[in-house]
Design a protein around this ligand. Structure first.
Ligand code: NAD
Length: 487
């Protein structure tokens, strides 16, 4: 089992290769603020080599031409190897990303491996040749065979918040349909990327099929711009997503972008307010608020707003903020000193904008990067706290008068990633859900057990293209119609 907290090489062309720049980067445990590992600092020269390897593996190697059953079997072996290493990889995930054990079990390994296996298995049944009979062509008998084929070389770029989960959710569908991949993980969470190289080697993936290069924006920019790369699957902020789209434009490659959010939870006056508050709190404090789909704008009918805020306050008082290595901890740290400064900056903005803290509002002492659950009241829907993605455990509660106002406020966002409604009138909740301009709406806490078939596609500034489900798998393919004439 080749799992480490320090690597001295990158995974390129099926082998471990020293970085051509020779530099190293410390990996910081956000709960302690101290380095616990090192990785090579990937350079554009390393990225060049990885792209060349992925290109060669696609153009000349066995992977895209392999029988689907064999490819699926190799990917299921990859999943089995990673799962069998869980007890050793799990602590690395905890130290690197600050995830609680519950998230490691449920999201990183549970959902990550489920999505990976879903893609590998679905590829077995979704690539049958479709046929269409040519009609409207006079006397000629003919038709078309419609096939799906891999796009080619896929560049996968991932953020820091759920690295293992997001890496698996991208690699599964990209590889399942026969693409080769260059993965560039976040510079804040490189270990969770590199360990997948060891898994690929153990599982026996052919050389060049999966390449992993650490590094920052310069390394990512080369991957995005390079003409040998056919598609970029990117997850990260909307600002970087816009740069990726622009960087991909000259080569006209396909992009799938899964970006940020500022999702609204609407609590109607007939809601089970305690259940709504429990869901709201669980959401905006999940992984210390570092999640794209979290419900951070709480729009609450004014008749129940006080009860709702009281319930949030009680839950905040019961929260144990600390190192995830301590089993008593219920909420961990922010990823970095920079992210901690950014979130604290928003607490200052809340004060300047006239907000009141129902709970929280001040950073906790280090050495780790901690902010307590924070609920802000007294701000309007246009306030920066109600519009910008903070990526920390900070929620804004805004009262509304009726459904019309709730829907209007819900849609008053540049983003459209997620959303929620609590109401005992499920018909009214359904009608409201249809009016919300967002990709996902969870009614009365639905979606806690994710449906692997359900696609996710960020609306507005939350994304371009689709992830998950069959349509997410199809994003990594191209359709080809082969027309034939019989007579
Ligand atoms: P980020 O945009 O700063 O970085 C994401 C990745 O892009 C990193 O690997 C980074 O090194 C790389 N990168 C940076 N500049 C680049 C460039 N010019 N060209 C190519 N690559 C570049 O995001 P982050 O701070 O790591 O993550 C937080 C963001 O991710 C939040 O906005 C969050 O909402 C979003 N996110 C979205 C989803 C989703 O599914 N929609 C899931 C998780 C996180």
């Amino acid at each position: 089992m080749d799992v480490r907290t320090s690597y001295d090489a990158l995974f390129i062309d099926g082998d471990w290769r020293a970085s051509q720049g020779g530099g190293t980067t410390d990996v910081i445990n956000p709960a302690t603020g101290s380095a616990f590992g090192t990785v090579p600092q990937g350079t554009v020269a390393d990225m060049e080599a990885a792209i060349a390897a992925a290109r060669r593996a696609f153009d000349e190697g066995p992977w895209p031409r392999m029988d689907q059953r064999e490819r699926t079997a190799l990917l299921l072996r990859f999943a089995a190897v990673l799962e069998s290493w869980k007890d050793v990889v799990g602590p690395v995930v905890m130290q690197e990303s600050g995830a609680l054990q519950t998230l490691i079990d449920g999201t990183h390994f549970g959902l990550g491996l489920a999505r990976f296996r879903y893609a590998a298995e679905t590829a077995l049944r979704s690539f049958d040749v479709g046929t269409s009979l040519g009609v409207g062509y006079g006397d000629v008998l003919g038709g078309s065979a419609v096939v799906r084929e891999p796009i080619g070389v896929v560049g996968a770029i991932t953020p820091f918040n759920f690295p293992t989960y997001l890496n698996l959710a991208k690699l599964g569908p990209a590889l399942a349909v026969g693409n080769t991949v260059v993965l560039k993980p976040s510079p804040l969470t490189p270990l969770e990327g590199l360990v997948l190289g060891a898994v690929a080697a153990e599982a026996g993936l052919p050389e060049g099929v999966l390449n992993i290069v650490t590094g920052g924006a310069d390394v990512g920019e080369l991957l995005v711009a390079d003409r040998r790369v056919d598609m970029i699957s990117f997850t990260g902020s909307d600002a970087t997503g816009a740069r990726v789209m622009a960087g991909a434009a000259p080569s006209l490659k396909r992009v799938v972008l899964e970006l940020g959010g500022k999702s609204a939870l609407i609590v109607r006056e007939d809601a089970d307010v305690q259940a709504a508050a429990a869901a709201a709190f669980g959401s905006f404090t999940l992984h210390a608020g570092q999640g794209c789909v979290l419900l951070t704008r709480h729009l609450v009918h004014r008749s129940v707003a006080e009860e709702f805020v009281d319930a949030l306050r009680a839950k905040a008082a019961a929260t144990v903020v600390g190192d995830p290595a301590d089993p008593a901890t219920t909420m961990g740290p922010l990823i970095s000193a920079a992210q901690h400064r950014r979130v604290c900056g928003y607490l200052d903005i809340a004060r300047e904008e006239g907000g009141r803290f129902a709970t929280g509002g001040a950073a906790l002492d280090g050495p780790g990067f901690f902010v307590p659950p924070t609920v802000v009241e007294g701000l309007g829907e246009h306030a920066r706290l109600a519009q910008e993605e903070i990526f920390g455990p900070v929620a804004t509660v805004i009262p509304f008068a009726d459904d019309e106002e709730a829907v209007r406020m819900g849609n008053n966002s540049d983003f459209g990633l997620s959303g929620g409604i609590f109401s005992r009138n499920t018909g009214a909740a359904w009608r409201m859900a249809r009016r919300l301009r967002t990709a996902v709406v969870r009614i009365n806490g639905g979606g806690t057990a994710p449906d692997l078939e359900a696609p996710t596609a960020g609306w507005k500034r939350s994304g371009v293209g689709t992830e998950h489900g069959l349509s997410g798998l199809h994003e990594f393919t191209l359709e080809k119609s082969i027309a034939f004439r019989v007579g």
